[in-house]
Design a protein around this ligand. Sequence first.
Ligand code: GTP
Ligand code: MG
Length: 448
Amino acid sequence: MSRDTIAAIATPPGVGGVGIVRLSGAAVPAIAERFLGQLPVPRRALLRRFHADDGALIDEGLVLYFPAPHSYTGEAILELHGHGGPVVLDLLLQRVLALGARLARPGEFTERAFLNGKMDLARAEAVADLIEAGTAQAARAAMISLSGVFSQRVDALVEGLIELRMYVEAAIDFAAEDIDFLADEQIGQRLTELHQQLAQLRRDAGQGRLLRDGMTLVIAGRPNAGKSSLLNQLSGQDSAIVTAIAGTTRDVLRERIQLDGMPLHVLDTAGLRDSSDPVEQEGIRRAWREIDSADRILLVIDACEGIGAAEQAIRQRLPEHLPLTLVRNKIDLACLTPGEAEGEWGTEIRVSAKTAAGIDALRDHLKHCMGYTGGGEGLFSARRRHLDALERGGQHLTEARRQLDIMQAGELVAEELRLAQQCLGEITGSFTADDLLGRIFGSFCIGK
Ligand SMILES: Nc1nc2c(ncn2[C@@H]2O[C@H](COP(=O)(O)OP(=O)(O)OP(=O)(O)O)[C@@H](O)[C@H]2O)c(=O)[nH]1
Ligand SMILES: [Mg+2]
C-alpha cells in the first residue's frame, strides 16, 4: 500500500532526558539515507550526528531503524532519539518534514498498524487505554486486552457463529428434499451455547469498562436516611452538608474516589419523597436523572425503620437491570452487627455512617462489584462501544432463536446469525465503517 510517510514527536511535550522523533512509511529508507548519510543497520542502536540542511549540527543521538514489515506499523520505521528539549526536537522534526515526511495525525501510527494487520481494533484501542490508564488495575487490564485476550474471545464466538451458519444453511438446502433439519436439536442447543458465551463475554467486558471509566454509584433513598453522611464516609471528606432536617440535600454532589486503584464516581442526591417545595422537587428530579444513568445504586435505609412502602416504591421505579445494593444505615441506633448480611432483599450491607462501622465491608462489596480480584488477573479492558456491539449481537441471537422456535424460518435464522457475526466483527475491526476509525484514532495522542 503506498501511503505518505508520516513523522511526529513521540515523547510528551516539555523537557526530558530523551526525546524521540518517529517516522513511518515507504520513504523512510530514502529519508534516512539522506539525513544520516547511509541507511542504518536494522534493529540496532547507533550513535549518529543530526545535521540541519545547511550542515549545522542540531543534535547527536541514537537512531533505530526497522525495515518493513517487521515494525510496529508494518511499514519502515525510523526513530531518532535526541535530547529531550522542545526546540531540539522541533528542529529534528522540521528537518525530516523537509526531507519528504508529513506531520502525523493523532493515533496515525497505530491506525497504520491496524490497517496493515499488525493488530486488530480492540487491541489498538487497548494501546490508548494503556497509555491513558489512571490506575494500576486499569493499566493491567489494558495490557491484557492488548495481548489479545478480549479479541480471542470475540474471535472464538465469531468462529462458532460461522459454523452454526454453515450448518443452518446446509439444513435449508436439504429442506428442499423434505428432510426437516431445522427440527434438529443440535441447532437449538448450539444457539443456546453461543448465546450464553456471548452473555458471559458481555458481563466480563462490562467489568472491563468499569475499570477503564470507573463505576458511577448513586446514593439514593428517603430524606434523612444518611446518604450525605455515607458520601462523606466513603470520600473521607466533609463534602456534603449533614443535618437532622429532612430534605437537606438538593443539588447532586459528586466525589471521585479510588478503591484499591479502581475509579469510583460517587453521587449524593436529594432524598426521594413527595414534596411541594419547588427547590426540593427540582433536586428530586435531578436525583432520578442520575439514577437513570448510574452503573449501580446504593439504596440507603434507616435501620430503625427498615424497608417500607417508600423503599418498595423507589425500587419499583428503578431502571430495569440496574444493580442495587441495599445499605442499612444507623445500625448504632438499631444495635445490629456491621457488615454484609442476608435481609429481605438478599445481600445487604449494614453500616453506621456516623461511627464508620461496616464502611470497610461496604468498600469490599463495591470492589467486588467492580470485579476486583486483588491481582486483577483475567480482567481485560473494554469500552462502551464494545458493550454496544455485544448487546446488539445478543439481540440478533435472541431473534435467531425466535425465528427457529416459532417461525421455523431457516433463512431468517441464518440472516440473524450473520448480523450477530457482523456486530462482533465491529469489535475487532474485521467489519468497520470508516468514520468509526476516525473517531477511535482521533482520540489518540500524536506520535502513537
Ligand atoms: N446515629 C446515627 N445517625 C446518623 C447516621 N447517619 C446519619 N445520621 C444522622 O441522620 C441525619 C440525616 O443525615 P444525612 O446524612 O443528612 O441524611 P440524608 O439522607 O443525606 O438526608 P437528606 O439530604 O435530607 O435527604 C443527621 O442528623 C445525621 O447525623 C448513623 O449511622 N447513625
Ligand atoms: Mg443529604
